[in-house]
Unconditional design. Structure first.
Length: 320
């Protein structure tokens, strides 16, 4: 107490000011913490209990950027963009800002051949298919590892002889036939149990330069169509990505149709397309030919700049 009395008044005032500033800082930082949004995985589990539409899960939750279709989504996206710019920079955000500001007009006025369901980034070149050179490094890397991915798929597929739907596989709704998927990354979220069963394929994803792995528009999976299967026509969620299919097993009479243009898969070769265009796929081959199998991974659209990718990863982070 005597030491306290002997302190200089100005020193006490300085300490008091520092204490007030510290309390204000703690309050400010606490208030700026991001909202505890529901994770995409939790929403997916909830949605699966309610069924699927066209093979895709729609959770209708106001907390899920990937599945929400209302005016509140644009406000949420704009809030995320502001938070990103405050932490980093507005530099290079022109197209994203423009896209969020006028998202309703873009989505509603798009021609029926291309209508992304969630987010449209303006001023990107639009074409149903892309050449292999669009993401040359990743295409060549996937094709060099064709046998590795195929071997891991064949090991997984042996389990189908013991039960109708082995653990880790999902059955998607289709007008006819059967469509199975085995996800390593689902809407930006790693599926650890599945990744442990395909360790070399999962490690390969880390070597891709343009793989979308940190936001809800990024997926990587093995997709299997049994003979007689037709996937209903549908649109993907965004035009910021291109979808890459590496053919693992490609029987005859199998086609992918994007924007009205048909293409065929080839074993060991990649096929790149923009799934924000209306697209479908079918396998009309004979039962003895077996399933059509592709390894699917989402890559960045080549005309989305590095600064934009970083911002979009922040805005559409899983669980945000």
């Amino acid at each position: 107490i005597q030491s306290f009395r002997d302190c200089d008044a100005s020193a006490l005032a300085a300490v008091a000011c520092l204490l007030v500033l510290f309390v204000w800082y703690c309050y400010h930082v606490g208030r700026e913490q991001p909202r505890a949004y529901t994770t995409v995985n939790a929403l997916m589990q909830s949605a699966e209990a309610n069924g699927v539409q066209n093979g895709y899960v729609y959770c209708h939750s106001p907390e899920c950027v990937r599945c929400t279709h209302n005016d509140g989504l644009n406000q949420k996206l704009y809030h995320n963009l502001q938070e990103y710019a405050k932490r980093y920079s507005w530099s290079g955000m022109g197209r994203i800002h423009k896209g969020i500001r006028e998202q309703g007009r873009y989505l509603n006025s798009r021609p029926s051949i291309q209508k992304p369901e969630v987010f449209f980034l303006p001023d990107l070149p639009t074409t149903p298919y892309f050449s292999r050179d669009a993401q040359k490094h990743d295409v060549e890397l996937l094709e060099r590892n064709f046998q590795t991915i195929l071997c891991e798929f064949e090991t997984l597929y042996k389990a189908f002889s013991n039960c109708s739907l082995p653990q880790g596989w999902k059955m998607n709704s289709t007008p006819s036939g059967e469509w199975f998927t085995f996800y390593l990354v689902n809407q930006g979220m790693c599926v650890p149990r599945n990744c442990r069963r395909c360790p070399r394929t999962y490690r390969l994803l880390g070597s891709l330069r343009t793989c979308i792995g940190n936001n809800v528009f990024g997926n990587a999976c093995i997709s299997v169509l049994s003979p007689g299967t037709v996937i209903a026509e549908h649109y993907g969620p965004t035009n910021i990505r291109i979808r890459c299919h590496l053919g693992l097993k490609t029987p005859s009479n199998c086609e992918l149709v994007v924007g009205g243009e048909p293409q065929c898969w080839a074993e060991g070769r990649c096929l790149l397309f923009d799934d924000s265009f209306l697209h479908t796929a079918f396998h009309e081959g004979a039962p003895e030919e077996g399933p059509r199998v592709v390894f699917m991974v989402d890559l960045w659209h080549p005309n989305v700049a590095a600064a934009e990718r970083q911002a979009l990863d922040f805005i559409f982070a899983p669980g945000r």
